[in-house]
Ligand binder design. Sequence first.
Ligand SMILES: *Cc1c(COP(=O)(O)O)cnc(C)c1O
Length: 434
Amino acid sequence: MTHTTDHNLALFERAKLVIPGGVNSPVRAFKAVGGTPRFVKRAQGAYFWDANDSRYIDYIGSWGPMILGHGHPAVVKAVQEAVLEGFSFGAPTEREIELVEEILRLVPSMDMVRLVSSGTEAAMSAIRLARGATGRSKLIKFEGCYHGHADALLVKAGSGLATFGNATSAGVPPEVVQHTLVLEYNNVAQLEEAFTLHGKEIACLMIEPIAGNMNFVRASVPFVKRCRELCSQYDALLVFDEVMNGFRVALGSAQSVYARQIPGFEPDMTVMGKVIGGGMPLAAFGAKRKVMEQLAPLGAVYQAGTLSGNPVATACGLATLREISKPGFFEDLSRKTRSLVDGLKAAAAAEGVPFSADSEGGMFGFFLLAELPQNYPQVMKTDSGRFNQLFHGLLDRGVYIAPALYEAGFVSAAHSDADIAATVAAAREVFKLL
Ligand SMILES: *Cc1c(COP(=O)(O)O)cnc(C)c1O
């Protein structure tokens, strides 16, 4: 072992006494892969250092936000300046307008945006707004997509086709999820059947366009096209949950990727988070003016937040969006991410390991499966024992990927070609052992 875990272990034991599972978000606990979570001391560029001062090449980047890498000088400067002006006012600031104007410039499907503090809050508020705007109760989501932990969205598929779901968490009463219909991702026939049965009662269909919460599964172009057509036909709102994809897979977010293939394509509502805060608590949801004007204080749909549009978070997000808007940023990030994916595929092939991988912009996923999966049941065919071996093999070699097989990976602008080559070399060593 090149990395001992003593200090991490000591911190984990201490944390477990006072924080449930020792962590403030479950997947950090390494429950799926076993072993001791790495407690981060500091991070810079493409790396972080744990409590033992061991260095890791970081492919999580705070689960996506750190698209520039850690401690980007322009972002640090913007945050430092903002902090000196004050942490929070509970009154509006000019920077909130600047950030929203920047978001609207990059994602023109929206006319107006409201800023909130987490992706969960944004998705929850988007659903309330969709229900308020349509006067309907039901919503469609897809198995394997995560939209935060609001009650109505913590639902797994029902037992039969187009049946309403069951809660995936204790503490969610059945009445709260009775309006949530969970369908199979990329299944056009099931989608059509759901609209035929319930179309006039559906407020919205929420989808992760490139689903990063089942590792990396693209919604197929025909599937997205059908989602769009059916929502229009039944006056339901098509909600793109771009919390992970937004400003990560392309400057125009995932909707721009689909608009390239479906002429005129736009979602009705967009949910954002992660990259827009650049690592600070910031998220957003937006839509056309007619829908957004239903929100308080203009309309009857209530939504609020003490720290919404926080001045330090908006400074961080704005500086981040300005950096990623620079010419060539996404071309370079996409090329690097693609080279990682291609390198991993070649290494797996050389060692005879069944493997598939894909990427878009700075987001990637790989599977210990010969073919890229199309939906959640296919993702779950991955042998978790082998994945855990791969995870720990990489961790021991200083490469940090998500500690669960159903999570995506992220490359930042700070990752060098040498970091990627080192990652591929480490992966090849581990593939040899599988
Ligand atoms: C991360 C994520 C969320 C939840 O965001 P939080 O800020 O963790 O509440 C919602 N939707 C998607 C697609 C996400 O990836």
